[in-house]
Design a protein around this ligand. Structure first.
Ligand SMILES: Nc1ccn([C@H]2C[C@H](O)[C@@H](COP(=O)(O)OP(=O)(O)OP(=O)(O)O)O2)c(=O)n1
Length: 164
């Protein structure tokens, strides 16, 4: 069962307030402004990844489960949960952004399975000594170098497919 605090999948509908920024770190300030103007879905600011790491560490400590949570086991658990997410999309054909045709129980199920993926991902990163928030910043910087916006705009080609 996924760890749940107070939220539910209906959070999907609740966090569309564009009036206040909830992104303390942005990779591109102008991008954030654009998101606010376009009404793009945003997350709550909390819990952050360190909060999630700590909560999961408390959860496993309380159960004496750290003995099972080595990196390889966490990776297998993560992949298993990704499979569970895939099952929810299986045989449905293309699904429109915002999942307009999904029922509330289906949305909640998806929220739980995605949470399982994130929880195991965060714990895997912890057990591999990867500082995930900072690693994401470094990787996004690399992605921007690899895919300059003016070069790849509107194209989904892999960087290896560009000639120059
Ligand atoms: N050894 C375990 C077992 C569970 N969990 C935590 C992390 C996941 O968020 C969630 C996974 O629980 P389940 O293995 O019961 O998987 P599901 O919640 O997906 O249940 P089901 O497989 O019935 O859909 O519980 C954990 O940390 N370590």
């Amino acid at each position: 069962m996924a760890m749940q605090q107070n939220g539910s999948a209906s959070d999907i509908h609740k966090h569309n307030d564009r009036s206040a920024s909830n992104h303390p770190i942005t990779t591109n300030g102008s991008e954030e402004v654009e998101h606010q103007q376009t009404g793009r879905f945003t997350f709550s600011a909390e819990p952050n990844l360190e909060d999630i790491r700590r909560m999961q560490a408390e959860f496993t400590d309380e159960r004496n489960w750290n003995q099972f949570h080595q990196p390889r086991n966490l990776l297998l658990a993560l992949v298993g949960e990704v499979g569970e997410v895939s099952e929810l999309f299986q045989w449905r054909g293309e699904v429109a952004e915002g999942l307009p045709d999904w029922t509330e129980p289906e949305r909640e199920h998806l929220a739980q399975e995605l949470s399982d993926v994130l929880i195991y991902l965060v714990e895997l990163a912890e057990k591999c000594n990867v500082d995930l928030p900072r690693a994401v910043l470094r990787k996004m910087a690399l992605n921007r170098l690899k895919y300059p916006a003016n070069k790849v705009h509107g194209s989904a080609k892999k960087y290896t497919e560009y000639k120059d």
